[in-house]
Design a protein around this ligand. Sequence first.
Ligand code: HEC
Length: 155
Amino acid sequence: MDLSTPYSRHLAKLKIDRPTQNLQSDTPSGIKNEVKMKQQTNLTLLGGIITAGIVILSSFETATRTHSIGLLVENHTTATPQSEALEVLRHKCNVCHRKQNPFMVFNERNMVKRAKRINRAVFIQKRMPKGDLVKLSNDEYDILKAWLNQISIKQ
Ligand code: HEC
């Protein structure tokens, strides 16, 4: 067997790898066909991998979207007088208390215990929100009032 040129070495390798295809591989066109077949197999494989990738990615995306829709619905349906009041306390009271009155920072655990004081400061004495910078809108007063009514805080 002549192994002096790269082509003949290639032929020899093909013969060793695939003895049954010797006949076909011996002619240049047979080799061409084989190379072509190989390339096609590679392309098919690549296509398969890409398709699988797209399918996996899009299912991830759908999953995230479903998840966020689920969260939206959940937030919407679980909004209670207390959770709405807490939003007001967070945005209109804690912003200042965190610096000026750190022992009176409201959260879901302490707000009910402090409801009487909140009612007194906001609706009876009208001392809070302190200063001129932070004002409550009518809606926000209504939200606090609805929560205080719900837990029967009148004075
Ligand atoms: C710009 C700052 C600021 C804002 C805004 C503010 N507070 Fe205060 N708050 C204070 C300071 C300072 C104190 C402590 C001194 C005092 O009582 O005046 C205080 C004290 C309180 C107290 C305890 C006093 C008491 O009489 O029991 C309550 C309750 C209170 N705030 C409720 C609120 C509520 C509810 C809001 C929001 C609707 C609010 N505050 C917004 C500054 C603020």
